[in-house]
Ligand binder design. Structure first.
Ligand code: SF4
Length: 358
């Protein structure tokens, strides 16, 4: 049979050593028996999704904290991926990991298992910020983790950063940027802290403060070797995340694991986020999809495409042109010869721009 279009696979591992108060991902506290059981279920789901025709270029293990599962479980999952999918031409396999898990031994194992890209949950190099976030690591540990990952042989080392903590200021951001630019990271993702409620002595961040910090971060990081290519993503030496670029360009991808999302044959879907329903579906030999949505393809491409700094190809979005022209007049969007894109300093209000357009 002829090879079909290339695709990607996202694998969700929903276990963490502890649960961070600001995190909305689907996850459980690590417990060995549960991990073993989940590994079996996930492998069964991958077998149910078997597809040897599509060429898979990228695989991304997210969570949760996927790197905390035992090496034997990871080896098993990777073996099942090789058995059931065409991944001979794989160019990128990423795993998320926390700094305190980045021992040379663990990183060498992950490298030998086939991972060539690593995304480290640095969040900030400020220990004050890390204390607010109740993280288990220090700024120094993060810096060491980035170096260890590079020395372990990863082609691409990414740092996940958080912007917009209540007491974060421009000095902290400047310090973070200076450390990042002289570190071994060649990619970074910078997300604005969301969904924090006042609790005990903990304050929730103010939106204007967060917008100011995001714009300050953007401006300062662009004075280094890093360039922005998506609203939250920056890289140097063209070390883009191929997996995420496939998503933002509307490529198909399989989502496997509890609550994972995928996009195949024009349908967006989400797996069950309830472990009971997820496991019963697999035991009944059914792919554990809870919801399927057929979105308007042009609208979908607009929503995800405007996240990219290059924007969207003009000719494909004629139906939105009058709204786009109004936003150009008002200074939110701009046009190049071939593309419409968000004015860089307005990236922070992307959601408002999209709400207006659709
Ligand atoms: S370690 Fe990461 S995935 Fe786990 S709870 Fe904290 S932020 Fe969420």
């Amino acid at each position: 049979m002829a090879e079909r279009s290339s695709s990607a696979i996202y694998i969700h591992i929903p276990f963490c050593r502890r649960e961070c108060f600001y995190c909305n991902f689907s996850k459980f506290t690590y417990e060995r028996n549960s991990v073993n059981r989940y590994t079996e279920l996930l492998c069964s789901e991958l077998r149910l999704r078997k597809d040897r025709n599509s060429i898979v270029r990228t695989i991304y293990f997210g969570g949760g904290s996927p790197a905390i599962i035992p090496d034997a479980s990871m080896t098993k999952i990777v073996e099942v991926l090789y058995e059931n999918f065409n991944i001979q031409k794989l160019s990128e396999m990423t795993i998320e990991i926390n700094p305190e898990e980045c021992s040379m031994e663990k990183l060498r194992f992950l490298k030998s298992a086939g991972f060539n890209r690593i995304s480290i949950g640095v969040q900030s190099f400020s220990d004050t910020d890390l204390k607010y976030l109740s993280r288990n690591h220090s700024g120094v540990q993060s810096l060491e983790a980035l170096e260890t990952a590079f020395k372990a042989g990863f082609d691409s080392v990414s740092a996940d950063m958080i912007i917009g903590l209540p007491d974060q200021n421009k000095k902290t951001l400047t310090n973070n940027i200076e450390i990042l630019s002289s570190s071994f990271a060649n990619h970074l993702s910078a997300y604005i802290l969301e969904g924090v409620k006042e609790f005990g002595g903990r304050r929730s961040p103010d939106e204007d403060h967060q917008s100011n910090l995001y714009n300050a971060f953007r401006e300062k990081i662009l004075n280094t070797e890093f360039e922005q290519y998506e609203v939250s993503n920056f890289c140097r030496a063209e070390a883009y995340s191929e997996h995420n670029m496939n998503y933002w360009k509307g490529g198909s991808y399989i989502g496997a694991g509890l609550s994972a999302s995928g996009y195949e044959n024009g349908i967006d879907y989400t797996n069950y986020s309830d472990m009971g329903k997820y496991s019963r579906s697999i035991e009944n030999m059914k792919i554990p999809i809870a919801d399927r949505i057929k979105n308007d393809p042009v609208k979908r491409a607009l929503i995800i495409g405007l996240r990219l700094t290059n924007g969207i190809e003009k000719e494909k979005f004629a139906v939105y042109e009058s709204g786009i022209r109004e936003l150009i007049e008002e200074g939110f969007l701009e046009e190049t010869k071939s593309h419409f894109r968000v004015v860089p300093s307005r990236m922070v209000v992307l959601n408002d721009i999209l709400t207006y357009l659709i």
